[in-house]
Design a protein around this ligand. Sequence first.
Ligand code: CO8
Length: 372
Amino acid sequence: MHRVAISSTGLFVPPEVITNEELVAAYNRYARLENEKHAAEIAAGTRAALTDSSVEFIEKASGIQRRYVMERSGVLDPERMRPRFTPRPNTEISMMAEIGVKACQDALAAAGKTAADVDGVICAAANMQRSYPAMGVEIQTALGVQGYAFDMNVACSSATFGIEMAVNAVRTGSARAILVVNPEITSAHLAWMDRDCHFIFGDVCTAVLVERLDLAPVGAFEVLGTRLLSTFSNAIRNNAGFMSRAEDRNPDDRDQLFCQEGRKVFKEVCPMAAEHIAGHLASLSLTPGDVRRFWLHQANLSMNQFISRKLLGRDATVEEAPVILDEFANTASAGSIIAFHRHHADIEAGQVGVICSFGAGYSIGSVVVKKT
Ligand code: CO8
């Protein structure tokens, strides 16, 4: 069995930004148009009028200030309310693979490695743009990686679950190094016309190079342990899938996009995540007090504050539990990896940190690392 490390991470940031002000203005224009269109039903009391969204609510309820997206004009068009993507021929690389390649190249460069040092690619994301061929194989081929690749989906926990798969492959010697890549184009499966959730998500791609410790660069983070948990819940769903067509579903049915009971998720997942992290640390003879930094899933600021408070018995500083959701919003599986990517350079040799994600399923994944 080999010791395993996170050698480096990579980040692709999409080219376009939507601020809360722009988002709310577009939504409110949409709501006005819808209310005009359905004025008779609203007056007859058979349909509820849509009410305005507000920047103040979004910032207070979530901590999100803006988000990156692959394409903003379609999202901000009140007659459309979804990004505008041009279909690509099969001879061109897919959008998920394209941003995946960029994040992987960033991770390889940061570790001073090339595709020849890698034996596999795991494309782990909350939604896949097609069933096959796998985006992982497309990324693998574009990078020039020999070996194998596959796609996997565990919603917001895809990255940490993917890291465990990679760690196991490297630990047992079936691979020297694996790239875990998280292309999250959440803008294409978010209901931008739903006031309750239109502000939540953003697009991004992260990559993590998981490698044998003896091959990893100086300053790599040794993986002390990974722990995964899942338990079924209906509180976060997206019912779109290959059966929808056979069910004669309208592609615009609300359940064909992300839906959630946000408050329920908040109440149920926070204590589970805190207990999960504490249990994982205890299994490694560590306590939350021994942890220099928590790179938590970035769904909601209050959620992270709740979890840190439960773990530490006090509020965590932004230095102990860094926040990136103000800039990126919830980027599904990529959030905790962006936090790690942006906030790991000052960790000293011997110090311990925890990467933790949580989300639909429910699913929770934690990775305990020590700086070498
Ligand atoms: N503007 C103004 N008012 C609003 C708005 C808005 N935009 N939205 C809701 N309100 C109103 C509501 O109508 C409600 O009014 P009233 O009290 O009169 O009924 C009031 O504000 C309070 O509403 P909520 O109770 O819903 O508000 P909360 O304080 O609970 O905040 C949140 C809502 C921010 C959604 C919060 O509950 C939350 O963050 N929960 C956790 C969510 C979460 O972490 N989900 C995980 C999803 S990630 C995942 O695993 C899925 C991955 C798939 C990716 C999919 C990508 C598209």
